[in-house]
Design a protein around this ligand. Structure first.
Ligand code: NAD
Length: 282
């Protein structure tokens, strides 16, 4: 199962990063989104980020041009029949993702591997929407993709050993360090991270300390590069809330109850960095 062409669906924050890293690693990349304007924006972002790598001496101008030349933006999904592996990075909505995978299942040959970059949706359930659950897996890249080293690789209940091995190879060939886990709510990364963020929000709500003190204690004391409240703003408070709800529903355990302060802030439209207001102002 060797991968030469990678299809990426969703050219947003994550999809454009995945396309960038795949193309820079020598893969042919097919990139699709809902609208041509989103694809044009993604291409410009990739070009800018590659240029930054050239300025830092990480790659040459020639390598940048070659990487860009390997990316084909696609109007629709029909060309994805040529992909050896499709990585999905569209909106975090189970119904929309399942519809997309059904469509891809009809277009791509049986051998094509499917991977989802979902942060929290069950890989087993997404795989169930296709006729290839053995060739379906989670490939959870971290944000920003060109910078972060980890890919959390999530095996669904039916994922075959061959698929897992091929995806580990693909992640390594993209210069990342893949680490395997099994399908479970929040996988490992968000199951551990989100309760910490939620607890920091509860500490703020209870007046245990100021936002600066909570973040400062975690940064200096635990050697975290960002405090949990600043990190929540960066991830997006709506995303944090939806992942906590996945944990709460998936485990049926009250310890995952989202902080009422987080719920209130999302209700107010305060979503962190993207909206300009969160635990900090942007
Ligand atoms: N942002 C993060 O920090 C982060 C980290 C890890 C994983 N993820 C996951 O990655 C996925 C994408 O997140 P993002 O932050 O890049 O979102 P985003 O909103 O930046 O990008 C999503 C893109 O998908 C496109 N899209 C939506 N529905 C589509 C469809 N049916 N067909 C084709 N394109 C479609 C949108 O137009 C948009 O350009 C989500 O599942 C998210 O949970 C996000």
């Amino acid at each position: 199962m060797e991968v030469g062409t990678v299809g990426v669906v969703g050219a947003g924050q994550m999809g454009s990063g995945i396309a960038h890293v795949a193309a820079a690693s020598g893969f042919r990349v097919l990139l699709a989104d809902l609208e041509a304007s989103f694809l044009a924006k993604a291409r410009a972002t990739i070009e800018k980020n590659l240029e930054r790598e050239v300025a830092k001496g990480k790659r040459t101008a020639d390598e940048k041009a070659q990487a860009l030349g390997r990316i084909t933006v696609c109007d629709g999904l029909s060309r994805f029949a040529a992909a050896d592996c499709v990585i999905e990075a569209i909106v975090e909505d189970e119904t929309v993702k399942k519809d997309l995978f059904r469509e891809l299942d009809a277009i791509c040959p049986e051998k094509t591997l499917f991977a989802s970059n979902t942060s929290s949706i069950s890989i087993t359930r997404l795989a169930g929407a296709t006729r290839r659950p053995g060739r379906f897996i989670g490939m959870h890249f971290m944000n920003p993709v060109p910078v972060m080293g980890l890919v959390e690789v999530i095996r669904g209940i039916a994922t075959s050993d061959e698929t897992a091995a091929a995806i580990l190879d693909l992640a390594r060939a993209m210069g990342k360090t893949p680490i395997l886990c099994n399908d479970s709510p929040g996988f490992v990364s968000n199951r551990v991270l989100l309760p910490m963020i939620n607890e920091a929000i509860e500490a703020l709500r209870e007046g245990v300390a100021t936002r600066e003190a909570i973040d400062g204690i975690m940064k200096l004391g635990m050697n975290h590069p960002m405090g949990p409240l600043a990190l929540a703003d960066f991830i997006g408070l709506d995303t944090c809330l939806s992942i906590l709800r996945v944990l709460q529903q998936g485990f049926g355990d009250p310890r995952y109850r989202p902080s009422p302060l987080l719920v209130k802030m999302v209700d107010a439209g305060w979503l962190g960095k993207t909206s300009g207001e969160g635990f900090y102002d942007y």
